[in-house]
Write a protein that binds this ligand. Structure first.
Ligand code: AKG
Ligand code: FE2
Length: 345
């Protein structure tokens, strides 16, 4: 399967990389990042923890139900991401655990946790901090690509609005999609599930979303802004240069709603969904994913990003909001509206 996404090396902070990331973010809205510094062992370790968590008895998981601050466990069918059917009765066939209220200086969440997760907090915090570093590198490169003037903050413009010690909607998430078929199911039965969305078509709410890749656990599809067609994101191993360094495969990264809004739609918050990959269906195995939803600090005013490229776009996003309401909204206000429609509270 050919890879529709550009691969950007975030260990190279320079104008060439900045141009490349801006191109990817304003075209497909999805890209891959290498040079993130995660070893395969680190990725395996966090997946192992996630597998162990979801294998806990349902009663134990349910003792930590998702709260209004987006922390905790969401059971099977609770979350409905499908944009076009937000009123449908049953949600996506998946369960999840959210770590939120994160202190991004330590990577530690502020919430009640099951013993298993408490005992393994260093795995969580190490992963959060490294994903945070990758987020910052990507944001710095985007600021450079957008040619934000030095007098406005230059390459650090987004950094200042993603303070590690301020509260934000940033969430780290384990997801589990149980296999809909038993091992050895008939071809006909498997065929039925090939076209079922296990995460409904949606856009993400925050700034940037970062996902690990796991071999045979692909299944992510994007509604490409370029071709206007659904395109599969294949599993892409580390390039030879990074394989030699023992680095895990590139991270899959997408632009989410707030960053798109903030740039008047220049950066694309691309619609995506997940379907069970063939190999997992064939083997009757579950799918897991691990995600960081990176958000600006809650009190950040989402005023149009001071870039000539953004300023040239009128009637959309942050510029349109300001024209209509006479003021900008904060990242928290923007997020609260989105969360309310997904969970129906
Ligand atoms: O499981 C995945 O690969 C992606 C999930 C996703 O898009 C989301 O939770 O927002
Ligand atoms: Fe998503």
């Amino acid at each position: 399967m050919s890879n529709p996404l550009e691969i950007v090396d975030i260990s190279q902070i320079n104008d060439e990389t900045a141009k490349k990331i801006l191109h990817a973010a304003s075209n497909q809205g999805f890209l891959m990042l290498e040079g993130h510094g995660f070893s395969q062992e680190e990725v395996d370790q966090v997946y192992k923890l996630s597998h162990e968590f979801f294998a806990l008895p349902l009663e134990e998981k349910k003792r930590f139900p998702i709260d209004e601050s987006n922390r905790g466990y969401t059971g099977m069918g609770v979350e409905n991401l499908e944009l076009d059917q937000l009123d449908k009765e049953t949600g996506d066939p998946k369960e999840g655990f959210n770590f939120a209220y994160l202190d991004l200086t330590t990577g530690l969440p502020d919430q009640e946790l099951p013993t298993l997760l408490k005992e393994n907090l260093p795995i969580v915090s190490n992963t959060v901090l490294k994903l945070r570093d990758a987020t910052k590198a990507a944001l710095r490169l985007l600021a450079m690509g957008l040619e934000i003037d030095e007098k406005d903050g230059g390459a650090e413009w987004f950094d200042e609005r993603h303070a590690d010690d301020k509260s934000s909607g940033t969430a780290f998430r384990f997801l589990h999609y149980p296999s809909p078929v038993k091992p050895g199911a008939s071809g006909e039965e498997k065929e039925k599930f090939k076209e079922v969305n296990i995460a409904g078509a949606h856009t993400d709410y925050g700034g940037l979303t970062l996902l690990f890749q796991k071999k045979d656990e692909d299944g992510l599809q994007i509604l490409s802004p370029l071709s206007k067609k659904w395109v599969s994101v294949p599993y892409v191993p580390a390039s030879p240069k990074f394989q030699a360094k023992g680095e895990a495969p590139p991270l899959v990264v997408n632009i989410a709603d707030q960053l798109s809004y903030w740039t008047n739609g220049l950066l694309k918050s691309t619609v995506h969904r997940v379907r069970f990959p063939q190999k997992l269906l064939d083997e009757g195995k579950d799918r897991y994913s691990i995600v960081l939803f990176a958000h600006p600090s809650d009190n950040t005013l989402l005023e149009p990003v001071p870039s000539k490229m953004v300023g040239e776009i009128e009637g959309r996003g942050a510029t349109a909001y300001q024209a209509k309401f006479g003021k900008a909204q904060t990242a928290k206000e923007h997020l609260d509206k989105r969360l309310a429609s997904t969970y129906k509270w």
